[in-house]
Design a protein around this ligand. Structure first.
Ligand code: SF4
Length: 216
């Protein structure tokens, strides 16, 4: 799509009044461990719940050592607001253990090493590399990025992995870092998965509205 630069420029202006999503906001700390754990907590929940859980957890434990010292029940209580807290607590413990055992307590920066750890999928690995390490060699693609890119007609993909691969072919590299943040905010406020607010969409004239059956 020729208009990708225009779309990104409009979304940059549109997004200014909004605060950064939790995962993007971890970037300023340059702490890959916090980005990784925040991403694990963000799975299948809203950003506000992720924020509550990360604030509670990191005020008590923000390293693999400290997480492993937390009793399971206490960890579950700290991350309760993120939902699926029992499974997430198990995953966070496991990831912390592997980091200590195999990586001297540090988060590995390679995609392959990250994805070898049980519980870390491609999205979590790319988020960790992008926002934790500041590497811009992939486009973190969650459900918002996947849905919006397909609706716009930028890609024609069945899953986030395909969407990421297709986006990397058409989005200029200088936008790779910010694309996730822009689409996550846009998906939260306007291009909502269930029923988008097309009537107040600032990029409507660039959108093919592929697959949109119901809108507001
Ligand atoms: S026109 Fe509708 S479907 Fe297209 S980007 Fe805007 S809100 Fe999303």
């Amino acid at each position: 799509m020729k208009n990708i630069t225009k779309v990104i420029s409009i979304l940059k202006k549109w997004s200014k009044p909004y605060g950064l999503p939790t995962l993007r906001s971890t970037h300023k700390e340059k702490n890959p461990f916090k980005t990784l754990i925040a991403c694990l907590l963000s799975l299948r929940t809203q950003d506000s719940n992720t924020r509550k859980a990360t604030d509670a957890l990191f005020s008590v434990a923000d390293t693999p050592e400290k997480i492993l010292k937390l009793p399971q029940k206490k960890l579950e209580k700290l991350i309760f607001s993120s939902g699926y807290y029992r499974n997430k607590a198990k995953t966070i413990k496991h990831v912390s253990k592997v980091l200590l055992q195999d990586h001297s307590g540090k988060v590995p920066s390679s995609l392959d090493d990250l994805m070898k750890i049980k519980g870390i999928g491609r999205k979590t690995a790319t988020i960790t590399r992008t926002f934790g390490f500041g590497k811009s060699d992939s486009i973190p693609t969650d459900v918002h990025v996947h849905v919006i890119a397909n609706r716009l007609g930028l890609v024609k993909a069945k899953n986030p992995e395909q969407t990421e691969q297709q986006l990397m072919k058409i989005v200029p590299r200088k936008y790779w870092f910010e694309l996730n943040t822009l689409f996550v905010l846009f998906g939260k406020h306007i291009c909502i998965t269930m029923s988008p607010f097309c009537s107040r969409c600032p990029i409507r004239k660039y959108c093919l509205r592929i697959g949109v059956k119901r809108s507001r």
